[in-house]
Design a protein around this ligand. Structure first.
Ligand SMILES: [Zn+2]
Length: 292
């Protein structure tokens, strides 16, 4: 059971939530109703709800199965964790049931890859056992880009994680204490055809995952973009971006590079089915979901 196949590699989405979640004007500092008006036809209601001003966001993990490895990319928000945001605080998502429904067991995961260390990408790294946070996937090596880990450990140490709460303390540090981490460079190869891709800007060490098998290619691109409008208006970064200018530069180069290719692009937060291709449109780009 899987959602997409690229050569011999399968990919299954494991969705934690998909709903109108973030206030567009607050999340995108440049948000402008006049600028988005030409796109209302496809945006409303699937991607944007003008009545509430909320953009629709998916939070999900991707399960990758190759001939050699089972890899979980990003681990969502997680359950029972103290957070400063209502939707994330002490959550009780049925995510683990959905994970098990794929046929995989936690002990089957060889690698967990966090594209970056934001709260919605690290949550299921750990679970609560007898009052302690322990690795959810006991046999996995957790892949962190060295640059990314250094940055967030420093943020946590300096007490700067006030917006959402210090999720590094319960979702990253216990992995280090259990010695399950694998620190890598931003272009690390997991196996032949499964290679990290540097996408810095949203966070300093954000990486994507490039999949090449049997002539097919796909690229999981984390939070390179959060919303499809950013294909049409690539200049818009978000308040969650550590360096908005760098995030923009990386996004613009990425869109240029992958437009008019057959590479399937999977941004973490695009709603169902999340996977599509980048095509040129006017002065910028558009995103075409596979099969639509
Ligand atoms: Zn995210």
């Amino acid at each position: 059971m899987y959602d997409f196949a690229f050569g011999d590699v399968s990919l299954t989405r494991i969705v934690e939530m998909e709903m109108p979640l973030l206030e567009a004007r607050a999340f995108f500092p440049d948000w402008d109703e006049a600028a988005i008006a030409p796109y209302a036809g496809w945006m409303v209601p699937r991607h944007y709800r003008p009545d509430s001003g909320l953009v629709v966001i998916a939070i999900q993990a991707f399960l990758i199965r190759t001939a050699r490895h089972t890899i979980l990319v990003d681990s969502c928000v997680g359950n029972n964790k103290p957070r400063n945001r209502e939707f994330f605080d002490d959550a009780e998502f049925p995510w683990m049931d959905r994970f098990l429904a794929t046929g995989a067991r936690p002990e089957d995961i060889d690698f967990v890859l966090c594209t970056h260390l934001h709260v919605d990408h690290v949550g299921w790294n750990t679970r609560l056992e007898d009052g302690r946070w322990v690795p959810t996937f006991p046999n996995a090596r957790y892949i962190f880009a060295r640059t990314e880990l250094d940055y967030w450990l420093s943020q946590s140490e300096r007490g700067l994680m006030t917006r959402t709460g210090d999720y590094v303390a319960d979702s990253v540090i216990p992995i280090l204490e259990a010695k399950r981490e694998l620190l890598v460079e931003m272009d690390h190869q997991i196996e032949d055809g499964i290679v990290l891709a540097p996408l810095p800007g949203h966070t300093p060490g954000q990486v994507g995952l490039h999949i090449a098998s049997g002539g097919d290619e796909a690229l999981i691109c984390g939070d390179l973009m959060h919303h499809m409008i950013q294909c049409h208006i690539p200049a818009w970064s978000t308040i969650a971006c550590a360096d908005r200018a760098a995030a923009r530069a990386t996004r613009e180069a990425f869109l240029d590079r992958y437009a008019e290719t057959d590479v399937t692009i999977l941004p973490s937060h695009f709603p169902n089915p999340s996977a599509g291709r980048i095509v040129p449109e006017g002065e910028a780009f558009a995103f075409r979901y596979l099969g639509e």
